[in-house]
Design a protein around this ligand. Structure first.
Ligand SMILES: N[C@@H](CCC(=O)N[C@@H](CS)C(=O)NCC(=O)O)C(=O)O
Length: 321
């Protein structure tokens, strides 16, 4: 290998965190190109480095590796963390895939609707303690070794420790009925490479960066709901105005501006810094309605639209800072 692997991802845990864990456990130093904006992500896409236009991507051994599982498998095999034979590999795969099911639930948890948060958390903890942790507790009991598979550290152990710590962040006492997992946690945490990764200042992402799915949301760019709401308001407002006072030209003008605002919101949804159209629309409406409000002193609709448009301008400018 020439040079250190370079990890490309958002500045968060997400799908990259297990890759960080595995490299760290293998004692491999790595570099990170962490992006914060959609543009940085798109630059990478335009450079042709992302096979599926998705991250994680890891530059390693002259390849641009994508697909989380493929990356993990490559690292595990390369650094001798993937068992001694096909049978051990199969066991490692089974343990790792189960752990992924559990960690995926946790990764998507921040996307829960507020009213579903408590129920979803309970569900995750229930699944962890009734379906997944019993498997690993039994595996350690039956296998009678320090590790899940064979007699040395494997990818399965690294992944298990990562997920235990993840679930403990949701409920610190979650291992209380799993004595072997408690011992396992202490034992594996003491392995020097892993212990270093657990120390502050390492490349392990903190809980505050548990943006898993939020990281993905940045990649697929969240919809500009406020912008669409504003466009809908302008459109509905012009239809109501027409119904009340008539006037086809004002209706056409209102609908056109509403359409333009909708198009602006669409562009912001694709790229949150692409605010030109939205800014122009809001500026136009703020000016026209502001002048109308000054003359008529009527809050509805002139004052309201001018005020909202002014707030939209502020909001869009803030996005650029
Ligand atoms: N199967 C892929 C999924 C990767 C994925 O969904 N990545 C997200 C970020 S976490 C992404 O790049 N999304 C952008 C998009 O799909 O356009 C993997 O496991 O690596």
């Amino acid at each position: 290998m020439t040079g250190k692997p370079v990890l490309h991802y958002f500045n968060g845990r997400g799908r990259m965190e297990s890759i960080r864990w595995l490299l760290a456990a293998a004692g491999v130093e790595f570099e990170e190109e962490l992006f914060e904006t959609r543009e940085e992500f798109e630059k990478l896409i335009q450079g042709g480095a992302l096979m599926y236009e998705q991250v994680p991507m890891v530059e390693i051994d002259g390849m641009n590796l994508v697909q989380t599982r493929a990356i993990l498998r490559y690292i595990a095999a390369k650094y001798d963390l993937y068992g001694q034979n096909l049978e051990e590999q199969a066991w490692i795969d089974m343990y790792v895939e189960g752990l992924r099911d559990l960690s995926d639930m946790i990764m998507y948890f921040p996307l829960s609707l507020p009213e579903e948060k408590e129920m979803n958390l309970e569900y995750i903890l229930h699944r962890a303690t009734t379906r997944f942790f019993p498997v690993y507790e039994k595996a350690l009991r039956d296998h009678q070794q320090d590790f899940l598979v064979g007699s040395r550290l494997s990818w399965a152990d690294v992944q298990l420790l990562e997920v235990i710590l993840l679930v403990e962040e949701c409920k610190p006492s979650v291992l209380s009925d799993f004595p072997l997992l408690q011992d396992f946690k202490v034992r594996i945490s003491q392995i020097p490479t892993i212990n270093r990764f657990l120390q502050p200042g390492s490349k392990r992402k903190p809980r505050s960066a548990a943006v898993g799915a939020q990281g993905c949301r940045l990649a697929s760019s969240p919809m500009d709901l406020v912008g669409f709401g504003y466009a809908a308001l302008v459109t509905i407002g012009s239809i109501l105005g027409y119904k009340r006072r008539g006037g086809v030209p004002s209706l056409i003008a209102g609908l056109s501006v509403g359409l333009l605002a909708g198009y602006g919101a669409y562009r912001v949804s694709i790229d949150k810094r692409d605010v030109k159209v939205s800014l122009f629309t809001a500026f136009f409406l703020a000016t026209v309605m502001g002048v109308r409000f000054k003359r008529s002193k009527k809050i509805m609709p002139a004052g309201l639209v001018a005020g909202l448009s002014f707030m939209m301008i502020l909001r869009l400018i803030l996005r650029l800072l």
